[in-house]
Design a protein around this ligand. Structure first.
Ligand code: AMP
Length: 281
């Protein structure tokens, strides 16, 4: 695997490859590192579908509202590199901040029709604008044919698709299903911050999503959500931030025109925010 730190070098290298052979397809997996088997699903799919897979590891400061969350973000780079090599990633892009945001760069505002302001966006003001800024820079640097994102960050997948349309970029977006630990907890770099006990107990998040999927057609969405809220309230030390049934395309309330329904959940456990979701229809 090639390790590249310079944005210009990466762009030139990839441009040359595609000039020499126009059929070369480039897949791109943007990450913030602390890689786990969930990230590797994205890498594996990219390796299968492209000639060259580029993974970036960049902890983007502009998408963090909370300075201590940014400072505490884990950075196990050696383990990350090992996994990427093991999964046949071709290039790791590991830039410093100035490579992604040169001194002349001003953070931009992207008009996402408000999808960045609701749900996660309301909890984390500016987060999705930060995501769009970093992705627009990374897309410009890598110029991939395809880019891979996890369903785990459901709202982010809609934001990315909107960004692609807004900038009219010729990049195909692939959404990869959620990888889970054995007990059903969605894999996340943040899981490491949980105690052993909490990590085990956190299986209730997936259980509650599965029971909504099982029940909702029989008892209705509202009742299924209510039952889950009651179920969750029985777990000590758990703070439910939200449990919502939303239209899978707009993230607004489900109505009779909704062609897709998604349940979104965030709970806080030992101070760690755990996100999960399930697609019902
Ligand atoms: P992050 O490093 O947290 O920014 O994640 C990088 C990419 O990996 C994002 O597209 C995430 O949605 C995706 N991802 C993270 N965890 C999982 C998971 N458990 N299953 C599938 N994709 C994931």
């Amino acid at each position: 695997m090639k390790l590249v730190k310079s944005a210009n070098k990466l762009t030139n290298y990839l441009n040359n490859l595609q000039t020499e052979d126009k059929s070369v397809q480039i897949g791109f997996v943007p990450t913030m590192g602390a890689l786990h088997a969930g990230h590797m699903r994205l890498i594996d799919q990219s390796v299968r579908e492209n000639d060259i897979t580029v993974c970036s590891i960049f902890v983007n400061p502009t998408q963090f509202g909370d300075a201590s969350d940014l400072a505490n973000y884990p950075k196990p780079i050696e383990s990350d590199i090992k996994q990427l090599i093991h999964h046949n990633c071709d290039i790791l892009f590991l830039p410093e901040i100035k490579e992604v945001y040169p001194q002349e760069y001003h953070q931009q505002h992207f008009n996402l029709d408000g999808i960045d302001l609701i749900i996660e966006g309301a909890q984390r003001p500016g987060h999705f604008q930060g995501v769009c800024n970093v992705l627009s820079r990374l897309f410009f640097i890598v110029q991939p044919n395809r880019a891979y994102f996890g369903q785990k960050d459901y709202q982010q997948t809609l934001v990315v698709k909107k960004l692609i349309r807004l900038l009219n970029l010729p990049i195909e977006i692939s959404i990869v299903p959620i990888a889970r630990e054995e007990n059903g907890l969605a894999m996340s770099s943040r899981n490491q911050r949980l105690s052993k006990e909490a990590r085990k107990n956190a299986s209730f998040i997936n259980h509650t999503l599965l029971s909504i999927k099982e029940e909702w057609k029989l008892i209705g969405l509202e009742q299924a959500i209510e039952n889950s809220k009651n179920y969750i309230s029985r777990f000590p030390g758990v703070k439910l931030e939200y449990l919502l049934a939303v239209d899978g395309n707009t993230l607004l309330a489900v109505d009779k025109n909704s062609t897709s329904i998604v349940i979104l959940i965030v709970v806080k456990l030992e101070g760690v925010r755990l996100l999960d979701n399930i697609i019902l229809a």
